[in-house]
Design a protein around this ligand. Structure first.
Ligand code: LFR
Length: 471
């Protein structure tokens, strides 16, 4: 009998439930539910509406019944770093505050007074982003120490959703590393660091690796859905799941393209050399203790915000067409500047940046979009140069994965600016990576090599060769 698994993949702007099964040596996908994810304002903070997300997961699970499919397993991945805290009765002590909330402004510098940036990097191997969990917890401790002291469980977003499904609590390795509180070498919570920060260590649970089974559905949900299934830990950090789907990882720089652009390479050990610190590369934990040596680039968030600022009058495809008509317009912004993390108005922020740097100011939607795409491509090029400098070798291929790989113009721009071949696909990389880990837990797929071979055999990858561009 065909075994189905259900991937729940929730990103910062949308979520989806995708059923997967293997048929004739190919992984087949069936998207059964898609929904928006938006930041909401709660108690003066930008937050995720976690209850609404859980309801959407339930809607999706119910759709399996309409299809008469009872999946063997379900796995949830989301963006990283965000969390909730529970009290001794497993009630929420905090909102699910979103990482773009300004509560961590200036906090990173305060933490450096307790532990130097260099030591923090040597121990955790994690890049410095002001929104990392470590800074969010420290900000919370400063403002409401009683909340931190009362907390009995620390659960990251997918872990809390797993708890709602099963009643069981577990911390998962790939997401735990994004907190900057896990030692890159022991792969355990860094209790010494927690003690130095004065953060109660009791709330952290034992770290479980992907492929572990959290449990089965709660009795209540079994009667609601009419079936039970295993709740499996995929790489619950979405980027961790996405990178599993890169069909050919050797000699490849991947670019996971969505709200964020994550650009890097896969390693079997963390690299914490001074240059990696200087260029702010991270070593996020992956499946089988592989490491993602990568860098966060502001990504398509910029165009998502631009779209919103133009009142959704243009689709993403239209922004590409409009940008293509602006061949002669060229102004660049530094997409890594924190001013683009959550500006009041992205269009105005871009215009002000160009004005302040004495460049031509983009005025039309096409010029704004061209500026964003040019700036992103430029930033990818810089990151690849940094990787090549650190590794003292050159990489010949870039594999773009995720929703952003459908942007043909951007793919070609990347090929042109880097003078490298660009492969695009798979599009649903994150859900695919999530599914194959569930298949490993169900012993349908042996290991990551077999998973990648299956993915290579199942999904189209399009190639873009560098073209000579005049100018
Ligand atoms: C991508 C991602 C990145 C992480 C950022 C914030 O969706 O998970 O990997 O740095 O979101 O959590």
């Amino acid at each position: 009998m065909t075994k189905y698994s259900l991937a729940v993949d929730i990103g910062a702007s949308s979520g989806r439930l995708i059923l997967g099964h293997v048929e004739n040596g190919k992984l087949q996908l069936n998207e059964i539910h898609r929904f928006d994810n938006n930041i909401v304002k709660r108690n003066e903070h930008f937050c995720w509406d976690i209850e609404a997300l859980f309801q959407e997961i339930k809607v999706g699970i119910n759709k399996c019944n309409e299809l008469n499919i009872k999946p063997e397993s379900i796995g949830i991945d989301t963006w990283a770093v965000d969390f909730v805290l529970l009290d001794e009765n497993d009630n929420l002590l905090t909102d699910a505050v979103a990482y773009r909330d300004p509560r961590t402004d200036g906090i990173m510098e305060e933490v450096f007074e307790i532990m130097s940036k260099e030591k923090l990097y040597l121990e955790t191997g994690i890049q410095f982003q002001k929104f990392n969990t470590i800074y969010q917890l420290f900000a919370l401790k400063k403002k409401s120490p009683e909340v931190i002291d009362k907390a009995k469980s620390f659960l990251m977003i997918p872990e809390y959703l797993n708890f709602l499904l099963t009643g069981k609590k577990a911390n998962e390795y790939t997401n735990a590393t994004s907190t900057q509180l896990v030692n890159a070498f022991t792969k355990q919570w860094d209790y010494e660091l927690l003690a130095k920060l004065g953060i109660n260590k009791e709330m952290f649970l034992e770290i479980q690796p992907p492929k572990e089974v959290v449990g089965t559905l709660s009795e209540e949900l079994v009667s609601e859905f009419g079936f039970d299934m295993k709740v499996v830990l995929p790489a619950t950090h979405d980027t961790g799941s996405a990178v599993i789907s890169v069909p050919e990882i050797e000699e490849t720089v991947y670019l996971s393209s969505g709200t964020w652009s994550l650009i890097g390479v896969e390693n079997h050990f963390p690299i914490c050399v001074p240059k990696a610190l200087k260029y702010n590369f991270t070593n996020e934990g992956g499946l089988d203790y592989r490491f993602r040596f990568l860098k966060n680039i502001m990504g398509l968030w910029m165009i998502q915000e631009v779209k919103r600022n133009y009142h959704d009058n243009y689709s993403f495809a239209e922004f590409v067409t409009l940008a293509e008509k602006e061949k002669n317009f060229q102004s660049f912004v530094n997409v890594d500047d924190d001013r683009f993390l959550k500006p009041e108005n992205m269009v105005k922020e871009i215009q002000q940046y160009c004005q302040q740097t004495n460049q031509q100011i983009p005025l039309t939607p096409g010029q704004i979009a061209k500026c964003v795409y040019d700036s992103l491509a430029n930033s990818y090029k810089r990151a690849i140069n940094e990787i090549e400098e650190i590794f003292e070798k050159s990489f010949s291929r870039i594999n773009v994965i995720g929703g952003g790989c459908q942007n043909e113009m951007l793919n070609q721009m990347i090929a042109n600016v880097t003078n490298k071949e660009v492969c695009a696909g798979p599009i649903e990389a994150t859900a695919i990576g999530n599914l194959v880990v569930q298949l490993m837990a169900l012993e349908e797929v042996e290991d990551i090599q077999q998973a990648r071979a299956l993915i290579k055999n199942s999904f189209e990858v399009k190639t873009y060769k560098p073209q000579y561009v005049r100018g």
